[in-house]
Ligand binder design. Sequence first.
Ligand code: GBH
Length: 441
Amino acid sequence: MLTFPEGFLWGAATASIQVEGASNEDGKAPSVWDTYCRTSGKIKDGSTPDPGADSYHRLGEDIRVLKELGVKAYRFSIAWPRILPAGSGAVNAKGAAYYQRLIDGLLEHGIEPWVTVYHWDLPQCLEDEGGWRNRALAPTFAEYAATLVRLYGDRVKNWIVFNEIQAFVDQGYGNGWKAPGLELPPKELMQVYHHALLAHGLACKAMRAVNPAIKIGTAEHPMPRMPVIETPENIQAASRAWDRHIGFLFEPMMHGRYPDNLDVYPAIKPGDMEAIKDRLDFMGLNMYTGAYVEATEAPPYYRTIPFPRHHFSAPTQGWLRMLPDAMYWGARFSVEKYGAPAIYFTENGLSTPHDLPPEEDRDDVTRIMFVKAYLAAMHAAIADGCPVKGYFFWSPIDSFEWISGYTCSFGLYRVDWKTMERTPRLSAKWYREVVRRNAIV
Ligand code: GBH
């Protein structure tokens, strides 16, 4: 049996806009996703983040689910437009009180709250001023992040600044598949990245200024480039590919510089790179998939191997290709390249269709098989000396899945979209046992 180090942190994760619903309640202002869902025509089932999993009204039920799973930590995000409806300025007391209740409820049950400051729900009023195209959003974001630490920093010890800069920039501003749905050319897109990185760095500093005792990290989606056959040449090739594909985010954060093999660079003002750099307390990695590479003789000295159509992937998400070793390489490169002091896998999971017959939905052995393989690769990383300290399952409950709307399930618990009832799948039973025994079962 593969057992994990003592004190290994087993958790589960969600995001505000995917579970809360109540998009227009108690003073919450619209986010870019509220707008995008209603105007883009890109959401598969024409749905919106309402009602989500109705978590805004079912806090007790969500905590009961976490309690049943036995997890030690819950990662959730805070909706910026719920806390600061105008984007900055006065705190909306009712919105703030919701997270207060959630945090207190978790602590009462011995579950550590892990807060994501930003999981893509930018206040629409700030997008109207240019959103992440606007450099001035960086200090505004830092002020929002500091506000959260002022509100909750006495009880929340672990903070994740951004969920997947790459996803909301590339798709929100590059290919139009996420809110706000823009399609900018590469040079402008790189500038958007730079602003997000600047926001990350300024936020780290502002948060630490409020409370130096908190721990801060990321939740990026590195999609590791990995050697298809583990030769030194291929490992080297994978490392180069990593730098181009995700190193351009991690290297500025951790070392205060961009890698030297990028095609485009942003305009950088004096002091920016120092502002961006922050020795993070942990690197959070959302891990679903990656890509195989092999070495080549000519620049860029690697080849990304296209996935054959028959490669295993999630039935509902074409991008979610099964690649368990991504856990191993994600951890290993984070240590080798950036000296990550601690690593948490901040997301991992599998989607299935939401409209299956009841038994087929409940007996989700596919999810168990899939995740088990990823946990084994995570175990290998630990055995190799990587400081992997915890793992968050995505997700405890089904939720609004961005452009897939309500058509697919990532939950250990099924959510009935009519009654909002939460029902455990077989995978919930399995994960509970993993957590209980601190081992792969
Ligand atoms: C995570 O992103 C998110 O953090 C979480 O909110 C989400 O629910 C979870 O994944 C499951 O999807 O549409 O083909 O262009 C994972 C990284 C980056 C994967 C964007 C999907 C879009 C691929 N995501 N990517 S595509």
